[in-house]
Design a binder for this molecule. Structure first.
Ligand SMILES: *[C@@H]1O[C@H](CO)[C@@H](O)[C@H](O)[C@H]1NC(C)=O
Ligand SMILES: *[C@@H]1O[C@H](CO)[C@@H](O)[C@H](O)[C@H]1NC(C)=O
Ligand SMILES: *[C@@H]1O[C@H](CO)[C@@H](O)[C@H](O)[C@H]1NC(C)=O
Ligand SMILES: *[C@@H]1O[C@H](CO)[C@@H](O)[C@H](O)[C@H]1NC(C)=O
Ligand SMILES: *[C@@H]1O[C@H](CO)[C@@H](O)[C@H](O)[C@H]1NC(C)=O
Ligand SMILES: *[C@@H]1O[C@H](CO)[C@@H](O)[C@H](O)[C@H]1NC(C)=O
Length: 268
């Protein structure tokens, strides 16, 4: 009876409990840890509850920790909500429908307050990108090409002016796609890269610059195979290392050095 009276008073005291909202972006299917950063705050508690508020619905209880009964997870969350000993909770295999505001509501004798609120957004990894280069015009020592980077729902294009050595970019080259990812074309020393990224994931396609104008007349797709490029670089690096070590070992063989003996406990 007296407990109900106390709780009634406590609910009224909750009002001013505005805490920082931590924004979290989680990749679909991943797990996320919701933490009470200061476990000391959970001393002499009556109840600690993690709740979720999805859209405008009332909050649902994910887990209630009580000093008497330990953590209690409702049946329908038993496969996804895993309470930890330090009052944190792990949400497993997060799906898009799980987006919402998650908070930890602490009830003590002296009141009720929100310890932390997480704003969780669930995002799919970005789709692969395809980089296409089409010559527009050319003169003996420069050319213009249009570079297009395509995702499954958007294309961004950029015009480059290239010489034999280098390209420069004309105009803006970064946009937000309908799925709220960002698509960015940029030049580096020897290649052009398209980066498709969101808060949880990114993927790129790239094409070497020196092939753009002069070796490849006519439209073509250089759907850059990053893997092949990486393999080439790896093979090249290995070759280089082997050559360098061969040179070094030949050099050092001329001035043979005594192999060091392992230290022994004898002597001194
Ligand atoms: C709480 O426990 C989890 C493991 O169960 C750990 O990963 C996390 O760092 C802990 N958090 C704090 C604030 O102690
Ligand atoms: C889980 O069950 C509670 C009642 O025990 C209900 O209010 C809530 O909507 C259910 N949530 C889901 C995701 O099914
Ligand atoms: C939660 O985060 C999303 C993405 O940043 C934002 O659009 C939304 O307004 C936030 N909601 C609240 C209640 O802070
Ligand atoms: C490339 O485009 C720029 C700007 O539109 C133009 O000034 C230049 O003449 C073009 N170059 C060639 C080789 O067509
Ligand atoms: C792609 O963009 C993301 C987000 O801005 C960044 O973290 C990542 O390093 C970029 N990748 C490359 C290869 O530039
Ligand atoms: C993006 O997501 C894909 C699919 O889950 C994964 O294979 C890839 O490693 C991720 N890339 C990054 C940079 O996190």
């Amino acid at each position: 009876m007296s407990v109900f009276v106390i709780l009634g008073v406590l609910v009224c005291m909750e009002a001013a409990g505005s805490t920082d909202v931590k924004t979290l972006f989680v990749q679909t299917g991943k797990d996320v840890l919701l933490e009470i950063m200061d476990p000391d705050a959970v001393k002499d508690y009556i109840l600690l509850a993690w709740r979720v508020k999805k859209k405008d619905n009332d909050p649902e209880y994910l887990v209630s920790f009580s000093p008497v009964d330990g953590p209690d997870v409702p049946e329908n969350y038993s496969k996804t909500v895993f309470p930890q000993a330090n009052f944190s909770v792990i949400l497993k295999n997060v799906q898009k429908a799980d987006r919402g505001l998650y908070d930890a509501q602490l009830t003590t004798r002296s009141g009720q307050r929100i310890l932390v609120t997480y704003n969780i957004t669930v995002l799919d990894p970005v789709s692969p990108v395809k980089l296409t280069v089409e010559p527009v015009s050319s003169s003996p020592d420069s050319c213009n090409v249009t570079v297009s980077c395509t995702t499954d729902d958007y294309t961004i294009s950029s015009t480059l002016t290239c010489t034999h050595q280098t390209c420069t970019n004309q105009g803006h080259n970064s946009e937000i796609t309908p799925s709220a990812a960002s698509l960015h074309i940029y030049l580096s020393d020897d290649s052009i890269t398209c980066n498709h990224s969101n808060q949880v994931n990114w993927t790129t396609a790239l094409a070497p610059i020196n092939l753009f104008c002069f070796n490849n007349p006519g439209p073509q797709c250089v759907c850059a195979d990053v893997t092949i490029l990486r393999v080439k670089i790896a093979v090249f690096s290995v070759g280089l290392v082997v050559m360098v070590s061969a040179v070094i070992s030949v050099h050092f063989m001329k001035t043979p050095k005594k192999r060091e003996q392992p230290p022994t406990s004898q002597g001194k």
